[in-house]
Design a protein around this ligand. Structure first.
Ligand SMILES: [Fe+2]
Length: 230
């Protein structure tokens, strides 16, 4: 096992997206992460206009309820709320208008964003420009899951590098959680030392035993996982 401190990328705020639906499942997930050795999570609820219309204001009460439940259960686990922004016109507008939900050092805030899986997104560069212009380091969620990236990883890595994008991969991809192309690309990127972050992208507690625990055994050469967050 690598050293585990912070997880980046998880959907453990109940009822706000396609992640856990109850406080009980959130607690079970966090206890499971803790049992693996994690000491904290950067939670990343979806913000996707028309699908998951979350805002800082709507998310904060749900986050507080989770914090209260953790305290009542006596679970000592650090929680930071960021978000997983869908790269669309809404994100571009938000970036210019208000502070985004970010993580990392205050001097260099990071924002997690995702693209559609199958087709090359028209706004891929505009979204990255908007984030960089607003002072953020873009972090691309689960790069190995995009079909257009799998088709030509070298081209896309070069494109993303022009915007200073940091790459996040999902631990479960290493053991086939998302199919063969994602598995193969995740292993290749791991071998090449590309990902700055490895995340659980946890949506329900059962994924820990099934994908995260076995996936972590393929990251033993990494000293501290997500060292940039520690
Ligand atoms: Fe996610």
């Amino acid at each position: 096992m690598p050293d585990l401190v912070w997880d980046l990328h998880a959907h453990l705020i109940p009822g706000v997206d396609d992640g856990v639906t109850s406080i009980d499942d959130a607690l079970e997930s966090i206890r499971g992460l803790q049992a693996l050795g994690y000491r904290g999570s950067v939670l990343t609820p979806h913000i996707y206009k028309g699908v998951y219309p979350n805002t800082r204001a709507t998310l904060e009460p749900a986050l507080t309820a989770l914090r209260v439940a953790l305290a009542e259960a006596g679970v000592d686990y650090a929680i930071h709320m960021a978000a997983e922004y869908f790269a669309d016109e809404h994100l571009i507008e938000l970036a210019s208008r208000e502070p985004l939900l970010s993580f990392g050092p205050p001097a260099s805030p990071h924002v997690l964003l995702e693209y559609p899986y199958s087709v090359e997104p028209l706004l891929w560069a505009d979204a990255l420009s908007a984030l960089v212009r607003a002072g953020y380091t873009p972090v691309l969620a689960h790069i190995e899951r995009y079909r257009f990236v799998c088709d030509d990883p070298k081209l896309w890595l070069q494109r993303f590098a022009q915007f200073g994008v940091k790459i996040q991969c999902n631990i479960g991809s290493l053991v086939g959680q998302y199919g063969r192309p994602a598995h193969d690309l995740a292993r290749q990127l791991r071998d090449d030392g590309v990902p700055a972050f490895w995340g659980t992208d946890l949506h329900r507690p059962s994924q820990i035993e099934k994908f995260i625990k076995p996936g972590l055994t393929h990251l033993t050469d990494i000293g501290v996982l997500n060292a940039q967050l520690t």
